[in-house]
Design a protein around this ligand. Structure first.
Ligand code: PXP
Length: 251
């Protein structure tokens, strides 16, 4: 396999959970821009973040600073609301992916019901486009939703791989992969760029990356979780070095 073929699918690294660690303590670290730079050093083609309505991880200030990073393509995930539209139009990330949001969910649970709210979604996408932002829609690999996405006038969809990632039984996994493959073919047939993401890990990513036509994958939780493990030895070492001081006698 050539390098070119290997790089066929681009990787957007979602850094939300770096902010989750910071928000757990209300500290100033870990720094999101540093995380974005490190992800780029590791080969991330662009950075993804989700400014949720409840601000559980990424904060407005993070979004602002990330969108000002020179030379780094930003993909902002957000709910299809007027508040988020206003923020996105001010920050102008290269890409915005509209996702459904429920306050109680641990993470994005399903795709956006584009077919059920076509006029509203079409309007928001039009406003994003008029600001030079490329809108994408996060949808389940369902024929109706893909048709609706094309009707909404977007050029990009992201297929929800959460169901694929959760399945354990190999025949069920195969059925879901076939559904994803058919969705990619349908999307491409309608002239859409087809991306995918959610729940992808080093163990399950290959079958999705191997689907012909998949352009980009957005992956977050598994990468940040793994970063804790591969970085822990160095982090402990740094602390041991910082502790190497003479005892200071108390007056
Ligand atoms: N794509 C979308 C649209 C998402 O909402 C998320 C989660 O924020 C992801 C990809 C990344 O999912 P994960 O963190 O499970 O890799």
């Amino acid at each position: 396999m050539t390098d070119r073929e290997r790089a066929r699918v681009l990787l957007g690294v979602n850094i939300d959970h770096v902010a989750t660690v910071r928000q757990a303590r209300g500290t100033t670290y870990p720094d999101l821009l540093e995380a974005a730079s490190l992800a780029r050093s590791g080969g991330a083609d662009y950075i993804t973040f989700h400014l949720r309505e409840d601000r559980r991880h990424i904060q407005d200030e993070d979004a602002r600073r990330l969108c000002q990073m020179p030379g780094v393509r930003m993909n902002m995930e957000m709910a299809a609301t007027t508040e988020m539209l206003r923020i996105a139009c001010a920050l102008k990330p290269e890409d915005v992916c509209l996702v459904p949001e429920k306050r109680q969910e641990l993470t994005t649970e399903g795709g956006l019901d584009v077919a059920g709210q076509l006029a509203a979604i079409t309007g928001i996408c039009g406003e994003l486009r008029s600001e030079g932002i490329r809108p994408a829609l996060f949808i389940d690999p369902e024929p109706d939703q893909i048709r609706a996405a094309a009707a909404a006038g977007v050029q990009v969809v992201e297929l929800h791989t959460g169901r694929y990632a959760e399945l354990r039984e190999s025949s069920a996994v195969e059925v879901e992969l076939s559904r994803l493959r058919r969705a990619v073919v349908q999307g491409q047939g309608l002239g859409l760029q087809v991306n995918a993401g959610h729940g992808l890990t080093v163990e399950n990513v290959a079958s999705v990356a191997a689907i012909p036509g998949v352009a980009e994958l957005n992956i977050g939780h598994a990468i940040i979780a793994r970063a804790v493990m591969v970085g822990l030895v160095e982090s402990v070492r740094e602390m041991k070095v910082a502790m190497q001081v003479e005892a200071i006698p108390q007056p």
